[in-house]
Design a protein around this ligand. Sequence first.
Ligand code: KG4
Ligand code: ZN
Length: 435
Amino acid sequence: MPFYRSGLFSLTLLGRLLVEFTSPKLGEDARLLTGTLEAAQGGVKILILANTNAGHSNLKCMARPPAFGDRGAHSKSGFCPNRPGCMRVVGIETSCDETAVAVYDADLGLLSHRLYSQVAMHQAYGGVVPELASRDHVRRLLPLFREALADAKSDRESIDGIAYTAGPGLIGALLVGAGFAASLSLAWGKPGVGIHHLEGHLLAPLLEPNPPAFPFLALLVSGGHTQLVDVEGLGQYRILGETLDDAAGEAFDKTAKLLGLPYPGGAALAKLAETGRSDRFVFPRPMLDRPGLDFSFSGLKTAALVALRGRVLDDAIRADVARGFQEAVVETLAEKCRRALEFTGHRRLVIAGGVGANRRLRERLAEVVLAASAELYFPRAEFCTDNGAMIALAGCMRLTALAGEPGTAGRGRMIGARANWELGDSGEAVAGNGG
Ligand code: KG4
Ligand code: ZN
């Protein structure tokens, strides 16, 4: 099947075969669908071309996965809309620089999870290079998918649905997961669902043995977002406050860079801070003097820069600045959480997102919840940062909820991806619902 100047990332021959066809030019040539298909198509019933156009806009794949009530294959695990508890879902995460796949079963919990981090590749550039990220997802996704399925002793028969991260994130990277999910959904005849990346993060504590019940207050602190969210239930999210400029993780990464630490520097800065003095640099606590629950972290990076200016960057000063910076971020987050608990009256606080792995933040928030007679929940460190398990879990919950909804049988869902997507809009998990 020759294609002009490019290749297709995946093709599906419905109900028969899933074909992956990877172009070395993915990411360089945005027009991946400009080819002509010349092969004699004797046995092909339907051919799905996943549009991997890397233009930075909202795009939809052409695939329309089967809906409930339109299941091509019999499921061994016995999923049916009337018994939504028996759902087993594969989750795919490709929103940024981690390729991850997991299998979650509603009865048995997490069965497997595999992850490949691209961090080493991006380190040379001091940050994520979107086109390299897309290409690497293409290379890694299928082997990881096979491994995750084998670990979970699952196959086409036992999988009931396919969930993938639909946004927000890097559009080219997202489309690798979206295209794969669309193709798989069609090839296997299983419903697919696009998940909001932040919904994945805030549901991640539900992967743990003692999960929080709804409702709860969530502090979402990742590389791209800092939000306080009132979580009433699945898909019922109210943003109470968010950052006006840099996200907490972004501030960690930028300050780490100033301290000469490799990208992404959050965890390395936290480690360095452990050896620093807390009284040498006392940085401002942004926005604490104002009412409301918004954050601002860009000034802290500048404060760190000013503190370092004109000094010899020895180990002691780097550690002291790291400590002062971390204390300022943690104190600010802790105080806003205290206020938000008071404001909402919630008795459960969830920390999620990469910065949620920060030990000092967890310690301080433990004190905050104790004082508020509340409880603290967080995922294990590996599920704070990007992973497939949270997407599989969120997909399982979304598909289970959809299965219980009257009128979903026969309803199609377009698979799509959105670079920008507010969590508050996530009543519908999938952009561009096919209706
Ligand atoms: O959630 P995540 O993996 O990706 C996004 O969705 O953004 O978060 C990554 C962020 C990075 O900024 C990273 O530096 C930060 O989380 N991070 C940390 C720690 N571990 C990861 N920040 C502070 N302390 C840590 N221990
Ligand atoms: Zn994330």
